[in-house]
Every structure is written in structure tokens, then in C-alpha cells.
Ligand binder design. Structure first.
Ligand code: KG4
Ligand code: ZN
Length: 340
């Protein structure tokens, strides 16, 4: 017997991507994103410009998601939206839209924690995704966060390590900016690293006790190194670009993989799921694949479209809450900072 459809519309507007996705149960029917290119000329996200761009993009991206899913808005069973963390002005656009849709269509509204959603992406039914069993270690590596988490259940997550300063993606972006790469430079550093020597230049990996992590010292040491060499050697960056990228990537990734190894040792949980933009990184993925081969870790790496911010992850979190009838009131607030 055919299962009755259950359509969830997911909305993501926490930073500089305006995104909408439609799921039927846990299967993705559409996953649409409008990237805001305006921020490139500023080398980072400008919050005021992001909110304005969300206002322009939100209706077209939702229309596109419905069109690709081949459904009408009246068929939606519930709407899920990122409540936080993120930029307040950006969040307000997505949430005001979601509340209006919920009110006018008289369908449940479901507020979603963006960081939980980065890990719940592993419960989407799609090619290349196998859902992990609980408990597992969730590693969120994004532009705004770096977290090591024990995931005991879908919404029972305990943060056991986090960055004390910059996030890993932020460190990638700031190092990239110093060598003239466009924002976001994480993917560019990754691709330029492919033919570079990761051991050519060394940078000190900060010693932080336990599972917490720090990125600002590593970033500053890289920035100072580039300034010094630029003064001393003409064309230093362009002549050594691949080695520079490969060396900084090696150190940025080593910093987090050291902590992942420590988390496995401390918790005895050998099941690791990564999420967030930096989980697209080749060096991080290779580390996990090696651990699977050599130490029998169970590893869960999202397909690339589900690594960086997307609305399918919001919709899957929404679907799991929908099944539990975990709905939100229309008067909830957006939150720039939010824990689990
Ligand atoms: O998860 P995400 O889209 O947004 C936040 O929630 O912050 O992550 C964006 C971050 C950016 O800092 C970007 O440079 C980084 O993910 N990123 C990468 C790669 N792809 C995206 N960093 C390193 N290697 C990549 N392949
Ligand atoms: Zn994110």
C-alpha cells in the first residue's frame, strides 16, 4: 500500500544563503539555494545586506522549491524554519515568512536549531546517506561553529568540545582572504591544496586542554607569516600558492582531527558523523576514511550539497519533530545564539 504523502517545506535564512526545500517524509523532492554574491566584494558577510537580500530572494526560492517538488503550496503538511543561531536580521526574514505561511494555511510551524540540523542531515533518505545509530559523535565544522557533540538521540545532544574563539570555517576564510582568495575561501583553499605540499610550511597548533579547540592563534600566525614573506620575497604568494594552501589546510584540519581522536578515546564511541560547510573538505574526509580502514570507525560524511547551509537539513529536522508532534507557537523568538 502506498504511504500517504507528508510534505515538509524547510526554510533556511540564518546567514547568507536563502534556501527552501521540500521533503516527502524523509525524501528530498527539492533543495534550492540562492547564494548572496554581494558579500564577495566585502570579503565576508555584511549582516544588513544579507537581510535585504533574503527579502528579495525568499519568495522566488520557495516558488522554485515547490515547482521542482511538483507540488502546490496548499499540499504542504508543515513548515519548518531555522530559529537560530545566526544573524538576527536574516533569521527574522525566514521566520516571519514561515509564520505567515503557517497562519494562512493553518499548518504546523516547526522551529529548528540550525546546528542540530547540520547533523540531522544524516537521516535524510538519499543516495550516499546511511543513518547512524545512536549514540554517535557529531562534529559540526562550519563558518560560525566548531563543536564536538555526543548525539544520544535526534534532539538530545551534548556539546563536549567547542571553539574558544574562531570557528574552523572562519579561520579558512580569513587565511584565504590574506592570500587574496574570494569569500568563502575554504573551498578554494581545498582545491588549490590538491597539488601542494602540506608539510612545506609549519604553523603552531595551539595546545588547548580537553576537547575544546582554538583557531585564532593558528590564523594569526599564518597572517603574520604571509606578511613577513610578502615583504621579503617578491611574488611569494603567487609563486607558492599551492604549497601555502596545502600547508595551512593541513594545520587547520589537524587541529580538529586531533580533537576527534581524543573524543573517540574519551567516550569509546567510534561512530563519527560530520556536518557543516567544512565537512566538504577533502583532507578531513580523507582522515575519516583512513580511520574507517585502519581503526574500524563508522564514519558518516554528508554528500556535498548537504554540507554547506541548505534547507533540506531544516526540513528533515522539521519532519522528525512533525512525527513527534513537536510544534512551535507562532510567537516564538528568533535567537542569534542558541544551545541545544
Ligand atoms: O555550514 P556553512 O555553509 O555555514 C555556516 O553555518 O557557517 O559553512 C560555511 C563554511 C565557510 O567558512 C566555508 O569556507 C567553509 O564552510 N567550507 C569549506 C569547504 N567548503 C565550505 N572549508 C574547507 N574546505 C571546503 N571544501
Ligand atoms: Zn551552517
Amino acid at each position: 500500500m502506498n504511504q500517504k504523502p507528508c510534505y515538509i517545506l524547510g526554510i533556511e535564512s540564518s546567514c547568507d544563503e536563502t534556501a527552501a526545500a521540500v521533503l516527502n517524509h524523509n525524501k528530498v523532492l527539492s533543495n534550492c539555494i540562492t547564494n548572496q554574491e554581494i558579500h564577495q566584494q566585502y570579503g565576508g558577510v555584511v549582516p544588513e545586506l544579507a537581510s535585504r537580500a533574503h527579502q528579495i530572494n525568499i519568495v522566488p526560492v520557495v516558488k522554485q522549491a515547490l515547482k521542482e517538488a511538483k507540488i502546490n503550496i496548499n499540499q504542504i503538511n508543515a513548515i519548518a524554519c531555522t530559529q537560530g543561531p545566526g544573524l538576527l536580521g536574516s533569521l527574522l526574514v525566514g521566520n516571519s515568512f514561515a509564520k505567515s505561511v503557517s497562519m494562512s494555511l493553518k499548518i504546523p510551524l516547526i522551529a529548528v536549531n540550525h546546528m542540530q540540523a547540520h547533523l540531522l542531515v544524516h537521516f535524510i533518505k538519499d543516495e550516499g546517506i546511511t543513518p547512524p545509530d545512536f549514540p554517535f559523535i557529531g562534529v559540526n565544522v562550519s563558518g560560525g561553529h566548531t563543536q564536538i557533540i555526543i548525539v544520544k538521540d535526534y534532539f538530545d545532544m551534548e556539546i563536549i568540545g567547542r571553539t574558544l574563539d574562531d570557528a574552523i570555517g572562519e579561520a579558512f576564510d580569513k587565511c584565504g582572504k590574506k592570500i587574496g582568495l574570494d569569500y568563502p575561501s575554504g573551498p578554494k583553499i581545498d582545491s588549490l591544496s590538491k597539488i601542494g605540499n602540506p608539510k612545506k610550511y609549519t604553523f603552531p597548533i595551539p595546545k588547548v586542554n580537553g576537547l575544546d579547540i582554538s583557531y585564532s592563534g593558528l590564523k594569526t600566525s599564518f597572517i603574520n607569516f604571509i606578511s613577513r614573506n610578502n615583504e621579503e620575497t617578491p611574488n611569494f604568494i603567487s609563486n607558492n600558492l599551492n604549497d601555502i594552501c596545502s600547508s595551512i589546510q593541513y594545520n587547520l584540519i589537524k587541529n580538529i582531527t586531533n580533537k576527534i581522536e581524543l573524543a573517540v578515546k574519551r567516550t569509546s564511541i567510534k561512530s563519527i558523523a560530520v556536518g557543516g560547510g567544512v565537512s566538504a573538505n577533502t583532507s578531513l574526509r580523507n582522515f575519516l576514511i583512513e580511520k574507517k580502514k585502519k581503526e574500524n570507525w563508522k564514519i558518516y560524511i554528508p554528500p556535498i550539497p548537504f554540507t554547506t547551509d541548505n534547507a533540506a537539513m531544516i526540513a528533515i529536522a522539521g519532519y522528525i519533530k512533525y512525527k513527534r508532534k513537536n510544534f512551535s507557537n507562532l510567537n516564538y523568538e528568533v535567537k542569534s545564539k542558541i544551545e541545544f
